[in-house]
Design a protein around this ligand. Structure first.
Ligand code: GLU
Length: 476
C-alpha cells in the first residue's frame, strides 16, 4: 500500500545518456520507483550528461521513452547536469575556500606510469600526491603560465565507514583511496563530484544504485561531508548476470529494454522479471503487478549476491500477461506489431482473438499473414488421415451452411457448428481439424470460434472453396 502521509524520502534515478538503458539501469529505476511510491516519497530524474562527447540527445529521448513505456513516472526533473555548471562552480569554490582541493599538473602519461608501476608491484593504484607538495606560489605560477591542471580533493589518512542498506557496514582506509580528481583538465567537473552536489542540492535521502557505485561511496561520503550536506543512506543493488554467470549482455538474449520490446515482450512481464533481480517477494509469490510490487517491496531485503536474469521465467511471465492484462494494455503493445500494410476490418477484435495463442507479440505478424493469404496446401499439405471424401463433404457442407455476410457471433457459431456436426455425422478432430486447416492452413491456433471470427462470411466461403478444390484433387 502506498503511504499517503508526507515523507522526506527522496530518491533519484541518474542514468548517463551515453547509450540505451541496460536492463540493470532499469532495475535501478524500478527499485527507486517502488521505494519512493511505497514510502510516499519523491522520485527525481537526473541526467548525468557531463560527458558531453558521449552523451547524445537520442539516448536522452530513449531514456524518457523507456521509462514511460514501463510506467515509471517521476515527481521532479529531468535535471540535466550539463545545465547546472554554475552550481558546481560555486561548490568547487566552497571546497577551495576550505583548503580541501589543490591543482594537480601531472600529465596523463605521468599518471599512467604511476598506474603501471603500481600494477607491476601488485598493489592498487592511488595518486602519489606529487602536486600536494607544491607550495601555493609554485602552483599559482604554473596556473598563471597556463599549465593544464585538474583539481584534486585532499583525502587524508582517516578511515571512512558507512552503513549500506544492502551491504551492511563498509570500511575503507583514506590511505588506500588517494586524492581523487574533481575536474577534467578543461575545468569541467567530473561525475563523482557533480553527483554529490546534486544529491545534496536536491535533498536526496537515499542513493539507490548499482553495485558498481559502491567503490565511489567512500569518496562521495567525504564530499557530502565537506560540502556540509546531510548524508544520504545508500543501497547498492547486486550485479546482473546471464545464465553463464557472466555480466548480462546481448549475447544472453537481450540486455536492453529495446531488444526485449522488439522481441515482443510486454511491459508487465518485463517489470515482473526486473523486480526479481536482487529481490524475492515474500512467500515466493512471483507473479506481481506493479501495484503489488509497491506494496511488497523491501529495500532492506535486497540480496548481495549477483542476480541472474532468467529468460525462461520471462517467457513464462510473457505468456501469462499476454492472456491476463487489460485489453487496453494488450492492444497498445500489440498494435505496433501489426505489419504496416495490414489493414483489416475489426483489427482490434482480431488481435484480441489471438492473444491466448501468443507467447510473444512478434508472433502476431505470422498470424496476421494467415488472414492475408490463402493457406498454401501444396507447400504444407493436410495430414494424410484427413485427406479424404469425408473432409471434402464437410467443407462443402460448411460452405452451404454459411448465411450472413458478416462475422460470426459466439451464439450463432455454436448453432452453425452443431448443425454441421449433425449433418456430417462427424465429431472431434474429424470435425474441427478440416475446418481449422481450411481457414488457416495450421493445425494449431486460437479456439475454433476465434478462428472463424477472424473472417467475414465472404472470406470464409472463399477459403472453404479454396480448400475444397485442393481436397477434390486429392480425392479425385
Ligand atoms: N550516472 C551514474 C551511472 O549511470 C549514476 C550513478 C549514481 O546513481 O550515482 O552509473
Amino acid at each position: 500500500m502506498t503511504k499517503s502521509k508526507p515523507s522526506n524520502i527522496r530518491v533519484r534515478f541518474a542514468p548517463s545518456p551515453t547509450g540505451y538503458l541496460h536492463l540493470g539501469n532499469l532495475r535501478t529505476a524500478l527499485f527507486n520507483y517502488l521505494f519512493a511510491r511505497q514510502q510516499g516519497g519523491s522520485l527525481i530524474l537526473r541526467l548525468d550528461d557531463t560527458d558531453m562527447e558521449r552523451s547524445e540527445e537520442e539516448f536522452i529521448q530513449g531514456i524518457f521513452e523507456d521509462l514511460k513505456f514501463l510506467g515509471i513516472d517521476f515527481d521532479q526533473g529531468p535535471f540535466r547536469q550539463s545545465e547546472r555548471r554554475a552550481l558546481y562552480e560555486e561548490k568547487l569554490d566552497l571546497l577551495k575556500s576550505k583548503g580541501l582541493v589543490y591543482p594537480c599538473f601531472c600529465s596523463k602519461e605521468t599518471i599512467e606510469n604511476f598506474r603501471a608501476k603500481a600494477k607491476s608491484q601488485g598493489r592498487a593504484y592511488r595518486y602519489e600526491g606529487t602536486c600536494l607538495s607544491l607550495s601555493s606560489s609554485e602552483s599559482q605560477d604554473k596556473v598563471a603560465a597556463g599549465d593544464p591542471y585538474i583539481l584534486r580533493f585532499k583525502v587524508g589518512e582517516d578511515n571512512i565507514s558507512f552503513h549500506d542498506l544492502v551491504w551492511g557496514e563498509k570500511q575503507f582506509s583514506g590511505s588506500e583511496i588517494g586524492d581523487f580528481a574533481l575536474t577534467r583538465s578543461d575545468g569541467s567537473p567530473l561525475y563523482l563530484f557533480t553527483s554529490v552536489v546534486d544529491d545534496g542540492d536536491l535533498k536526496v535521502s537515499h542513493v539507490i544504485r548499482g553495485e558498481d557505485g559502491l567503490s565511489n561511496t567512500p569518496r562521495q561520503l567525504l564530499l557530502w561531508k565537506a560540502l556540509g550536506y546531510s548524508i544520504p543512506q545508500t543501497a547498492h543493488l547486486p550485479l546482473i548476470l546471464g545464465s553463464d554467470r557472466k555480466l548480462l549482455s546481448k549475447r544472453h538474449g537481450a540486455s536492453s529494454l529495446r531488444e526485449l520490446r522488439r522481441q515482443g515482450y510486454v511491459k508487465e512481464a518485463i517489470l515482473n522479471s526486473l523486480v526479481l533481480l536482487g529481490w524475492a517477494p515474500p512467500e515466493g509469490r512471483e507473479v506481481l503487478t506493479l501495484e503489488e510490487m509497491i506494496g511488497l517491496f523491501n529495500l532492506e531485503k535486497v540480496a548481495r549476491h549477483a542476480a541472474v536474469m532468467d529468460f525462461e521465467k520471462l517467457n513464462f511471465f510473457n505468456a501469462h500477461y499476454l492472456r491476463t492484462i487489460s485489453e487496453k494494455s494488450f492492444l497498445e503493445q500489440a498494435l505496433p506489431f501489426v505489419p504496416p500494410a495490414f489493414e483489416a476490418e475489426g483489427l482490434d477484435k482480431k488481435i484480441l482473438h489471438l492473444r491466448n495463442n501468443l507467447h510473444r507479440l512478434d508472433e502476431l505478424g505470422d498470424w496476421l499473414k494467415v488472414l492475408e493469404v490463402f493457406p498454401d496446401f501444396h507447400h504444407k499439405p493436410w495430414p494424410e488421415e484427413l485427406k479424404n471424401q469425408e473432409s471434402l463433404s464437410l467443407i462443402q457442407l460448411a460452405i452451404r451452411s454459411l448465411k450472413s455476410e458478416s462475422f460470426f457471433e459466439e451464439e450463432a457459431f455454436k448453432v452453425y457448428l452443431k448443425d454441421l456436426q449433425k449433418s456430417s455425422s462427424l465429431k472431434g478432430k474429424k470435425l474441427f481439424m478440416p475446418l481449422r486447416l481450411a481457414l488457416t492452413g495450421q493445425e494449431h491456433g486460437p479456439e475454433l470460434v476465434k478462428v472463424f471470427q477472424l473472417f467475414d462470411s465472404v472470406a470464409l466461403k472463399e477459403r472453404f472453396q479454396h480448400a475444397a478444390k485442393y481436397l477434390q484433387q486429392c480425392v479425385g
